[in-house]
Design a protein around this ligand. Structure first.
Ligand SMILES: O=C(O)c1ccc(O)c(O)c1
Ligand SMILES: [Mg+2]
Length: 610
């Protein structure tokens, strides 16, 4: 397969037609499908739009959709032909030669393949006279034609060189269709390929299609097999994204188009295209960096010390200090301007080949961030996740590694009672801005090579929340993505977009005991929670009493158990967690998140009287 052309339907993106074209071009697409409504609302003439696209380096690969054309009575058919000629005029000015006709949903249409084929043939004949072609697409909810097999029977019957098929992965896979037969269709009859993923939802297929489509790799459709069959059949047109999605329709089109491009590259990679070097193996976190104002940083430092961390280094040129315990490393950067400010500025992962990680990121539409670098400082490479969090690729063991950027300040660690129980970073949890949840998952997947885990949705005090873990093959790097299911209202109490670092702890109950004695800022968990644990899980009374005493939360799954505790908030959104996985527990204690959220709300109310 030679490098395919990449195309995107304007319906995928938010804004006016001009906004959409600019975003598609900036993200590197070769072409667009112009959705009719976008053109109709534009003040630019079709010829001007055509010229704009040429200036931007975009071809117009398809004009769409032309609806309710076929299998109608003669009077309607004459009107439809007239309508088609007007659209051919538009296409001529745009400079495109392919129109998409989707299978009829009209109440006037009749169930007559012969008639449908005959009328489509007449349309193709008119198109051909004008140097154009018609791609017939079976909508999953088409009145009579709703499978690609059926649309192919009609196209074959019509037997006209200017009539072929448009295959859309959504319409085939949403109905559980078998894409294997695509391979039997001659490649020259496959005029166009539209790609969309979707989450597996049990709902009306039209609603599903119009609101919930996703870019490839964001949902659960097997697009690799689908697109592979289309290419194997000899299809030589563009790979085109056609994603109707309520969130993307209102999201900034520039990053959305970049995300779309990333999704196509990931799919091409799955199809065997060498679009990027493979993601190197990861081996845990090198560090996590918290950026805070000086006051909040002081409280964070005290919090880390209470958890048993020791300050071990000071950055040579930046206001950053290094804290460590076991394999857990946290940088505290005091460059934020307060008040009450702390956030996770960056994550750093151990990469088997940091430069290869960086090249892969660039190939996956995540440019390397420019970085100021002082003398004697390592050439660390980082990229930005969609939410702005920096991601560094490190080789901590290397002689010129990031540690050298710090002057050692190791003073004998203050003998904090909890010292020694923390061994590393288990996961980092990031709340995604509403518009970026699926984008973040795709970033983790395509750039970092993490695999997505199950999506969990739960009702929390301030709204529905989605959670999805992203994890590497050896489970050494886990990122927990969280996001609201609907855009958050103005009623926004408690913690906005919380973020936290979860440390691996060898014994959370002992840690809790010691932290309690030392007066560390452990988040208090109410009795109701423990009464319910007892009712649900019938835990050993002694264990239950220890959990309750230490404000330790508990969960279990098929693989094992999970004990965890949280700290209070530092600033308005950051907190820390100690976690202990017993056996093969795979989750993140999501079931306990609502209790934690309400507890943080109480903490904020007490601290600020609001
Ligand atoms: O939802 C629709 O109407 C619609 C229109 C054109 C398409 O290509 C499609 O897949 C769906
Ligand atoms: Mg389609």
């Amino acid at each position: 397969m030679s490098e395919p052309r990449r195309s995107i339907a304007t319906v995928c993106l938010s804004g006016t037609l001009e906004d959409k074209l600019a975003a598609a071009a900036a993200a590197g697409f070769d072409g667009v499908e112009i959705f009719e409504n976008d053109l109709i609302a534009s003040a630019a003439s079709p010829a001007e739009i055509g010229a704009r696209c040429r200036d931007l380096g975009l071809s117009i690969d398809l004009y769409q959709p032309f609806r309710d054309f076929e299998a109608v009575p003669p009077a309607r058919f004459r009107q439809n032909l007239r309508r088609a000629e007007r659209k051919f005029d538009v296409m001529e000015q745009l400079g495109t030669d392919l129109v998409l006709v989707c299978s009829t949903v009209s109440p006037e249409a009749v169930d007559d393949d012969e008639l449908a084929a005959e009328q489509l043939r007449a349309l193709a004949e008119r198109a051909q006279e004008r140097g154009m072609r018609v791609a017939y697409e079976a909508l999953a909810w088409g009145r009579f034609v709703n499978t690609y097999e059926h649309s192919w029977r009609i196209v074959r019957r019509a037997d006209h060189p200017a009539l072929g098929l448009c295959l859309d992965s959504f319409h085939v896979l949403s109905r559980g269709g078998d894409p294997a037969l695509i391979r039997t269709i001659p490649g020259e009859k496959l005029f166009y390929l539209q790609l969309a993923d979707a989450p597996q939802l049990d709902m009306d297929v039209l609603q599903w299609s119009r609101h919930h489509r996703l870019f490839p790799g964001q949902g659960s459709f097997d697009l690799k097999t689908f697109a592979g069959n289309v290419l194997d059949a000899g299809y030589a047109g563009p790979l085109s994204l056609e994603v109707f999605n309520d969130v993307f329709r209102q999201a900034d089109p520039k990053p959305a188009a970049v995300d779309a491009m990333r999704s196509l590259r990931l799919l091409e990679e799955q199809l065997g295209e060498p679009v990027a070097e493979p993601a190197p193996d990861l081996d845990g976190y090198a560090f996590a960096e918290l950026v805070a104002d000086p006051d909040t940083a002081t409280r964070l430092s005290e919090g880390l010390r209470a958890l048993g961390f020791a300050e071990t280094g000071e950055h040579r040129s930046k206001p950053v200090r290094r804290w460590e315990q076991g394999g857990a490393r946290v940088l505290i950067n005091t460059s934020a301007t307060g008040p009450d400010t702390a956030e996770i500025g960056a994550l750093a992962v151990e990469s088997a080949d940091p430069m290869r990680s960086a090249r892969r990121a660039e190939a996956m539409s995540s440019p390397i961030l420019p970085r100021e670098r002082g003398p004697q400082e390592a050439g660390l490479v980082s990229v930005a996740a969609p939410d702005g969090t920096g991601v560094f690729f490190c080789d901590t063991g290397a002689t010129d590694g990031w540690r050298g950027d710090f002057r050692d300040t190791s003073t004998p660690a203050a003998a904090t009672p909890a010292a020694g129980l923390i061994t590393g970073i288990d996961h980092v949890s990031l709340t995604q801005p509403f518009d970026h949840f699926d984008e973040a998952a795709l970033f983790c997947r395509s750039v970092l090579g993490l695999e997505p885990e199950e999506v969990t949705e739960y009702a929390a005090p301030f709204g529905m929340v989605r959670n999805r873990g992203m994890v590497d093959a050896t489970r050494s790097v886990r990122i927990a993505l969280n996001g609201a299911l609907v855009r958050r209202g103005e009623w926004a109490p408690a913690v906005r977009d919380p973020q936290h670092i979860a440390f691996t702890c060898t014994d959370v109950l002992t840690a809790a005991e010691r932290l309690r004695e030392s007066g560390a800022p452990v988040l208090p968990i109410p009795d109701n929670y423990y009464d319910d644990l007892d009712a649900r899980l019938d835990l050993d009374p002694e264990l239950l009493a220890s959990l309750r005493r230490g404000s330790v939360l508990y969960d279990r799954d098929a693989g094992g158990e999970f004990l965890h505790l949280f700290t209070d908030l530092f600033g308005s959104r950051v907190f820390l967690e100690l976690v202990q996985r017993v056996g093969d527990y795979a989750g993140y204690g999501v079931v306990n998140a609502p209790v934690r959220m309400a507890a943080h709300r109480r903490q904020r109310m007490t601290a600020f009287g609001r």
